[in-house]
Design a protein around this ligand. Structure first.
Ligand code: ATP
Ligand SMILES: O=C(O)[C@@H](O)C(=O)CO
Length: 421
């Protein structure tokens, strides 16, 4: 294995695993630190999915280091720290502290940070992150339930999280090509910086950065900046044949969507699925907290639905409703309550014949996949940029799409199933 990757949430891990496998690396995604019994010998890259984005920084650091050690044990020589393309974090971390710890782990003194993912509208210009052309702090990320992002200047955001000195490799250098980017890294090092935000607006910029950074012991970023790495590893050798676009062989069984993301994309996707007549159950966090809503009542509802249609169970709500819930229950408490409930429902779904699941939201996916006891996933075809179908490699045979909150076209919940056979 060449590349060992540590992702701070589950949907982010599938996003990165899809990017690497699409660009030609044999990639496996593990849920949590892989246990020694898992055979990873055939993989070029392994992506370990943690659920560390919103943990206290010291726990996120400890888990990330444990993952890095297991990956090194399994043969990894280079490391990638994957976080969100919207840089989801708070001033206390965790991007800065984890990058700092992994840098020390790899014994190196310099890395880059680049969350750009143009296919999903994330671009970085002069260190400022834009989401579909809107500065991060004006985008819907300002209202995120757990990590509201209120500053678009990533040099500033990252510097608040780390003792490392943060610099910038601007657009002009990236546009000028691989050699100029390498020189910009050298200049940044000479200026005393240990981590640089790198601008990128197009896929070509990401491929340039990948070629310039391929030998770095540690790279940090969104999945976009991994785009150029497989080609750099091949050193000019062509990739194998492109993955076939035919349908993915899926486990036989009923289909369900569990949506715990409150992102604007998921809100639209839920609205469209409901308008299409998908049987839908809304999870109300206040009813949950008061005990008026139980797993049993959802199970009864599930049992009464038409088995030929995907069902939708969602807590997705608009920012005002989320704020109202948080003011009553507390931000983290509300989040955990809903996650635990959706996970408890998911745990019972296989018994009710469900084997095909779409889950929306990284934290939500982490909770659901944890409850289902899944340890590793094979990566299938792309449904939309950053979202593959996956299938469990052991245990209960399940086919899963773990969708980052803000990813996917408005009709994602409708069309995802068409790729399965
Ligand atoms: N109605 C609600 N009120 C308050 N909190 C909610 C509500 N619905 C869901 N949540 C919580 O909001 C959080 C959403 O985070 P999650 O990571 O699942 O989605 P996301 O951040 O949109 O996705 P991603 O991390 O992939 O971008 C979870 O902790 C979830 O439990
Ligand atoms: O990078 C992204 O936006 C996603 O892969 C993600 O991490 C969502 O949680």
């Amino acid at each position: 294995m060449r590349l060992g990757c540590i992702a701070d949430d589950l949907t982010g891990a599938s996003d990165l695993a899809l990017m690497l496998s699409r660009e030609g690396l044999k990639t496996v995604q593990t849920i949590g630190v892989p246990n020694a019994a898992l055979d990873l010998s055939a993989a070029d890259a392994v992506v370990v999915a943690l659920k560390s984005r919103t943990l206290p920084a010291e726990e996120a650091v400890a888990q990330s280091l444990a993952a890095a050690a297991a990956l090194r044990q399994a043969g990894a020589t280079h490391f990638f720290f994957k976080y969100c393309s919207t840089f989801d974090s708070t001033d206390k971390g965790n991007i800065g502290p984890v990058a700092e710890a992994l840098l020390a782990f790899t014994g190196s003194s310099f890395t880059l940070a680049c969350p750009a993912f143009p296919a999903n509208g994330r671009t970085v210009y002069q260190g400022h992150l834009f989401v579909n052309g809107v500065p991060l702090h004006e985008s819907s990320m300002k209202d995120h339930p757990l990590t509201p992002m209120r500053d678009s200047n990533l040099v500033r955001v990252l510097q608040r999280q780390t003792r490392l000195s943060v610099g910038l490799v601007p657009f002009e250098d990236v546009e000028a090509g691989v050699e100029v980017v390498r020189k910009a890294f050298d200049r940044a090092k000479a200026a005393g910086h240990q981590i640089v935000i790198v601008d990128a607006i197009t896929d070509q910029h990401l491929r340039t950065i990948g070629l310039a950074a391929a030998e770095m012991p540690l790279i940090t970023g969104g999945s976009g900046v991994a785009m150029g790495l497989p080609a750099a590893y091949r050193k000019g050798q062509p990739a194998g044949p492109p993955p076939k676009r035919d349908r993915f062989t899926a486990s036989e069984g009923r289909a369900a969507i569990l949506a715990g993301s409150c992102s604007s994309a998921t809100q639209r996707q839920v609205d469209i699925a409901r308008a299409e007549g998908f049987p839908a159950f809304r999870v109300d966090p206040i009813a949950l907290a008061s005990g008026a809503l139980s797993v049993g009542s959802v199970q009864d509802w599930v049992a009464a639905q038409d088995p030929s249609k995907p069902i939708l169970i969602y807590s997705t709500a608009k920012p005002d409703d989320v704020q109202d819930v948080q003011s009553k229950l507390g931000r983290m408490n509300a989040g955990e309550l809903v996650e635990r409930f959706l996970a408890d429902i998911a745990r019972l779904l296989p018994e009710q014949g469900f084997t095909r699941l779409v889950v929306a939201g990284g934290e939500t996916s982490g909770a659901v996949v944890g409850a289902l006891g899944i340890d590793a996933l094979a990566i299938g075809p792309e449904i939309d940029p950053g979202v593959p179908w996956t299938r469990t490699l052991s245990g209960t045979d399940l086919t899963l799409a773990l969708k980052s909150g803000n990813f996917g076209a408005p009709d994602f919940f409708l069309k995802a199933w068409d790729l399965l056979r």
